[in-house]
Ligand binder design. Structure first.
Ligand code: 8YV
Length: 312
């Protein structure tokens, strides 16, 4: 008898095939009526596999009496209530490490794209405007001051890349780090004031919710660039939209939003914003490695072995 699992978000075909080989997979995203599927399979489901941004609601965890593990296909754990899972005796795993480079690469891509107006330039050429005029000047990247909000694995990988661009690097973190030479600035607002480019790489949760609000955006200022590759919840989205619209902030590169996949339409009209549909870990190589880690965690769980990347 194969153990039964609930797959919340689709994964790469090769990973789904590997899941099918070992488990009976109930696919939530393909179900015409999700609540009905959950009710039907609830007593038999031993594992939930879900995306970092999607997670699983406590009510669903509570509806699955034999659930033993939630395997997150992502590093962020904010969409799963970890304390609730702990209370229910449910293990939780994520996929740290394997996606660090990709997220840092995309962050630098957004820094360059937003500063150098690459998306606006692309639209300009496609619209046949080049023969009629010139794109307005962009902002230089090399040598700028970068502030990093959250210097964990991903923040540090972004800092390493920024070093190659001759940037001065400062950061805010829960605690100063003794193992890096970057400048620690305790106050997020001071960090923004002393940065040309502010990159959000902090983990999401109650402590960082709406942390980047009006005060920080105004401190970053009309020439400042904000890049967010963490979670939409860390930034006060209406304040960000207002700052960009009113010219109080220079530009933004955004991979994440408060209510994905819904992006406030106000952003669509802004030429100084580069938008991505949560792509930071979305490469064949990294999604393969993330999927493999999910498979490894499930295998260890069902074999009664220690979990490779346990959070709970
Ligand atoms: C993924 C993520 O897009 O790692 C995370 O926390 O949000 C992203 O890597 C997501 O988890 C896809 O399943």
């Amino acid at each position: 008898m194969k153990p039964e699992i609930l797959l919340v978000d689709p994964m790469m075909p090769a990973i789904e095939q590997a899941l099918d080989a070992t488990y009976t997979v109930h696919r939530l995203s393909a179900a015409p009526d999700r609540d009905r599927l959950i009710a039907e399979v609830a007593p038999r489901v031993r594992a939930v596999v879900t995306g970092g941004g999607t997670g699983v609601k406590p009510a669903v965890v509570d509806a699955l009496p034999n659930l033993g593990i939630v395997a997150i296909n992502g590093v962020g754990t904010d969409a799963v209530d970890l304390e609730h899972a702990r209370g229910r005796g449910v293990r939780v795993t994520n996929t740290p490490g394997v996606l660090t480079d990709d997220v840092a690469d995309l962050a630098m891509g957004l820094v360059i794209a937003a500063s150098r107006r690459m998306a606006a330039g692309d639209r300009f050429v496609r619209a046949g405007q080049w023969p009629k005029g010139k794109l307005s000047l962009a902002r230089k990247v090399t040598g700028k001051r970068m502030g990093i909000l959250g210097l964990g694995r991903i923040g540090e990988a972004i800092a390493k890349r920024a070093e190659a661009f001759g940037m001065g690097i400062a950061y805010t973190n829960r605690n100063p780090r003794s193992d890096v030479a970057y400048r620690f600035i305790a106050s997020p607002e001071d960090l923004a004031r002393e940065s040309d480019i502010l990159v959000v790489a902090a983990s999401a949760g109650p402590a960082s919710r709406n942390m980047v609000g009006r005060a920080m955006l105004d401190a970053l200022g009309p020439d400042g660039i904000l890049v967010n590759v963490a979670r939409g919840s860390v930034v006060d989205e209406p304040e960000l939209l207002a700052a960009l619209t009113e010219g109080r902030l220079g530009g933004a590169g955004l991979d994440v939003f408060a209510d994905e996949p819904n992006v406030p339409e106000g952003f669509f009209a802004l030429d100084n914003v580069v938008l991505q549909p949560h792509q930071a870990s979305a490469t064949v190589e990294t999604r393969t490695a993330m999927g493999q880690l999910v498979l490894d965690n499930l295998e260890a769980f069902f074999a009664g072995r220690p979990l490779p990347t346990a959070v709970v």
